[in-house]
Ligand binder design. Sequence first.
Ligand code: ATP
Ligand code: MG
Length: 306
Amino acid sequence: MNPTMTPGEEKTIPQTRRESKDESREPTPNAPRPTLDPLAQRSEAETARPSTASAVSALTVRHLSVFFGENHVLKDVSLDIAARAVTAIIGPSGCGKSTFLRALNRMHELVPEARMTGEIRLFGDDIYAPGIEPVVVRRRVGMVFQKSNPFPTMSITDNVTVGLRLNGLRDRKLLAERTEQSLRMAALWDEVKDRLNAPAISLSGGQQQRLCIARALAVQPEVLLMDEPASALDPLATSKIEDLILELKKDYTIVIVTHNMQQAARMSDFTAFLYLGELVEFDVTKKIFASPAKKQTEDYVTGRFG
Ligand SMILES: Nc1ncnc2c1ncn2[C@@H]1O[C@H](COP(=O)(O)OP(=O)(O)OP(=O)(O)O)[C@@H](O)[C@H]1O
Ligand SMILES: [Mg+2]
C-alpha cells in the first residue's frame, strides 16, 4: 500500500488521483522531462523517428501507480508518449502492460478494487480531473483488444457507427460517409463494400479485428491503444494490421502492446520495457533493440527470459 494514502482515500481512481505524493510537480507538457524521456535523446530520436512524427507529447504519464486491492501492479511509471508515432509496450506476461494501457483511457474504473495514483495528461488535459467523464476520455483515446470483439449479429455498418449513434449522430448521409471513411482507414473497405449489411460474424478473424479498428476510428480519437491486436491472427492478417498501423500513425498516436519482439522492432518508434510493474527502460526502439542501457532489457529482447 502506498504510505501516503489512507484506506478511506483509496476507493476510486478519480479521488485517489488527488492523493498523489508529488502534488508540487509541474504537470504541463513542457515540464522538465524525466530521465526516461526518449525525446531527450535528440540525435537518436531524430534518426529513428519518421518525418511525420512530431516532437509533441500526446500523453504525459507521471508517477503512475495502479493497485488491485493490495496488489501493487504498476509502480511509479513516468513517460511521455510522442504524438503521431508508435510506442510499443513490451515485457513478460503479468508485468502490467495491459494495466498501463487501460489507465490511459480510464478503463480501470470498471473494476471496483482498482485504484491509482499519479497523473496522466492528454495534450495537456488531466484525464482524471474532477468533472471529466470517462466516456469523454474514451472518445479521445480509443482501444482495440487482443480478441476482436465486434457485436456479432450487428451489421458491419452498424458496428462501425455504434459509437457515433451513441453520441447522438442520426444523419444517415453523415453516418454512411463516416462508415466508408473508417473502413477505408482500417484497410477493410474493399473487402466489405458490397456486403455492408452482413453481420459482423460473417467476417474472418482478421477482418473482424480490422472492423474493430474501424469502429475505434469512427469516433475520431486522438490516440489509439492496441493490446496485442495481431496475436490471434495468421501471418498475412498480422502483416495487414502492421501495414495499417504504419499508415495510421501519420494521423494518430498509437500505443501498442506486443509479445512479438520482431513486431515491436519493425513497427514502433519508441519502446518501453516493463518488468514487475516497473518501467525498466524507455527509449527509441532502435536503441532498445540494438544497444539497451540495462542488462534486463537486453536479456528480454534477446529472448533470454520472459
Ligand atoms: N481486473 C483486475 N483485477 C485484479 N488484478 C488484476 C486485474 N487486471 C490485472 N490484474 C493483475 O495485474 C497484474 C498485471 O496484469 P496485466 O494484465 O497488466 O499484465 P500484462 O503485462 O498485460 O500480461 P499479459 O502479457 O499476460 O497480457 C497481474 O498480476 C494481474 O493478475
Ligand atoms: Mg495483457
